[in-house]
Design a protein. Structure first.
Length: 296
């Protein structure tokens, strides 16, 4: 089943390979296979996040799976039904969104939405003006244990989200990689983040986030540790789960496929913008050493 023809924008993230693998690689395990889409094109361009020789290697992989890799935007967006904006550098998200929004096809914007709140809001504004359906998400927010704890403890007062602090080759590492832990937190506590205080030490970054209605979020970003976990506490009990990451890409792709086929987005742009605002506020608090308002 081939289904929708999908174009990929960007070759500087492993997601361009891993998503395509699950959609059409001949050796993809059956339990990881995602039907209903076919990646037909990929636009590549220079990026601080991936060298040209490494992009050459990725191009060969995609071409072996039947993908046309090109440096020409018109070729990359010709005869497609939907687009995956797969750019590791969040500072390029708005620029390339501006290049593709006029095509009028649904777009998945890989995490984080952008590099600043203003740019994330501009993406939402352009999508609304052009009547283009969009959503942005980290696969971690759909981890089975994250969804489980959100369902089991819908009135959580405190939530601790534990994730990794990767090192960005360019820009803020917090905005680039802290997005996973922030989205997990939002999945449990919802909207309403007000302010944060964050600090950095030899282990990583710890952020305290104050929410409306007397709720508190805690985010631990550990350098070099790619394990994820979630804890929630309500008035009666607390629960803690390690996150099973074995099917994260597959589960996210199933949501993307359903969205491309006309289904409701799994994350509203309002939620995506708050994620961006939390990330930027944490980044600012670490830099200034002061409590920072989360402004949208």
């Amino acid at each position: 089943m081939e289904g929708l023809n999908v174009g990929v924008i960007g070759l500087d993230t492993s997601h361009s390979i891993e998503f395509t693998r699950r959609i059409q690689a001949p050796d993809c395990p059956p339990d990881q296979k995602v039907d209903g889409m076919k990646i037909v094109t990929c636009l590549r361009f220079p990026s601080a996040f991936q060298s040209e020789p490494d992009q050459d290697k990725r191009q060969k992989i995609l071409e072996d799976w039947g993908v046309k890799v090109t440096r020409n935007l018109d070729e990359a967006t010709c005869d497609i039904d939907a687009l995956l904006l797969e750019i590791n550098d969040p500072g390029l998200h708005l620029e390339y969104f501006q290049k593709i929004v006029h095509i009028g096809k649904p777009i998945f914007v890989d995490k984080p939405p952008a590099d600043t709140v203003a740019n994330a809001q501009e993406i939402g504004k352009l999508a609304k003006e052009k009547k283009v359906r969009i959503f942005s998400a980290s696969s971690l927010r759909f981890g089975p244990q994250v969804l489980q704890i959100a369902k089991e403890m819908p009135q959580s007062k405190i939530c601790l989200s534990i994730g990794c602090l990767g090192k960005a080759p360019k820009g803020s590492s917090i905005i680039w990689y802290g997005v996973h832990a922030v989205e997990m937190l939002q999945q449990v506590l919802g909207l309403g983040a007000k302010k944060t205080y964050a600090c950095k030490d030899a282990i990583g970054i710890m952020a305290i986030i104050e929410y409306s209605y007397n709720r508190r979020g805690l985010i631990q970003l550990t350098e070099g540790d790619y394990q994820y976990a979630i804890m929630a506490q309500d008035a009666k009990s607390k629960k803690f789960y390690n996150i099973d990451s074995t099917r994260l890409y597959t589960d996210l792709l199933n949501r993307i496929r359903d969205f491309f086929n006309g289904g409701k987005e799994s994350v509203s742009w309002e939620e995506a913008v708050e994620v961006q605002a939390i990330l930027n506020a944490i980044d600012q608090s670490v830099t200034t050493g002061k409590e920072t308002q989360i402004e949208i």
